[in-house]
Design a protein around this ligand. Structure first.
Ligand code: A2H
Length: 260
């Protein structure tokens, strides 16, 4: 980390605004509009999007909704990242940020999303305390099969009703969701993050040392030795499939390139 620019892929997680769905008051104006409203999740692993089960925000984090796209789309992300996007060809006017409203992480919890490439039809926004507002967009897409942070975050919410209650998380946003096997990883098998969290005895999302070890192993073995087991690139190595899937998502308008 910290060496040179990081090339992220921003995944456009579409906020479902159908009548009756939850939406912050400041965004009610988008309910019946043709404009797309998206949570903008920054990832380094676009080839893992088949395994999304939810999306993470920092509950105390400061976010906003911004017109940062050249086609009228509105992105929910940190202001810092919206500013960066405006210098990367994502603003109608170079360098100009157009803010629709301020939002708190708390406001976003429970939003229903359609996540590109996910095998689950509707996923929800949930709180993760370790999400940093200073990195990426402050919005993280959750792939508990292959990211130890994501697996432990989901398990914490599942196992601790008090944690769900504290953040107003409904059971139905969490309890039905299980990690989806998408990559076969040497030594770790089809659910690498789950196996690694067991092996390294990760107890909670705040168990930083154990999580760091699990992450290092899973990322190394998954990225360089993993093979996709789902989707149109099934059977392909993760390393080879990553740039191909990224380009496909960019071309389909499901994602945009972002660097910082
Ligand atoms: B990755 P780097 Cl399956 N706070 O996406 C905390 N974590 C953040 C973040 C933030 N503000 N922004 C992005 N991230 C996560 C998928 C994934 C990721 C998998 C496996 C590994 C992996 C699903 N979550 O990351 O510190 C995002 O999680 C391995 C490094 O900027 C993003 O990619 O290097 C990754 O951390 C970016 O980490």
């Amino acid at each position: 980390e910290g060496v040179g620019p990081q090339d992220y892929t921003i995944i456009k997680l579409e906020v479902i605004t159908a009548p009756g769905t939850q939406l912050p008051a400041a965004l009610e104006q988008y309910r019946d509009q043709k404009k797309g409203l998206y949570l903008a999740a920054a990832t380094l692993r676009p080839e893992t999007m088949y395994g999304q089960t939810n999306c993470w925000v920092q509950p105390d984090g400061e976010y906003g909704a911004f017109e940062v796209s050249t086609n009228g789309d509105v992105f929910i992300c940190t202001e810092r990242s919206a500013r960066n996007m405006c210098y990367q060809g994502l603003s109608p006017e170079h360098g100009k940020v157009s803010k629709v409203c301020d939002l708190r992480g708390w406001d976003l919890i429970g939003l229903a999303l359609r996540a590109p490439n996910a095998m689950i039809e509707t996923v929800y926004v949930l709180p993760l305390l370790t999400v940093s507002a200073a990195k990426g967009t402050g919005v993280v897409t959750s792939v508990p099969s292959d990211a130890p942070d994501d697996f432990r975050g989901l398990q914490d919410l599942k196992e601790k009703p008090a944690l769900r209650q504290k953040f107003g998380v409904k059971d139905e946003w969490v309890l039905p969701f299980e990690p989806v096997p998408i990559i076969d990883t040497p030594d770790f098998g089809p659910l690498a993050a789950v196996t690694a969290c067991e092996q390294y005895k990760v107890q909670s999302q705040n168990d930083r040392d154990a999580l760091a070890k699990a992450k290092e192993e899973v990322y190394k073995k998954g990225f360089y030795g993993g093979v996709l087991t789902v989707g149109p690139h099934k059977g392909e190595s993760v390393e080879k499939a990553k740039p191909i899937i990224r380009d496909e998502m960019l071309a389909a308008g499901q994602a945009v390139a972002y660097a910082e």
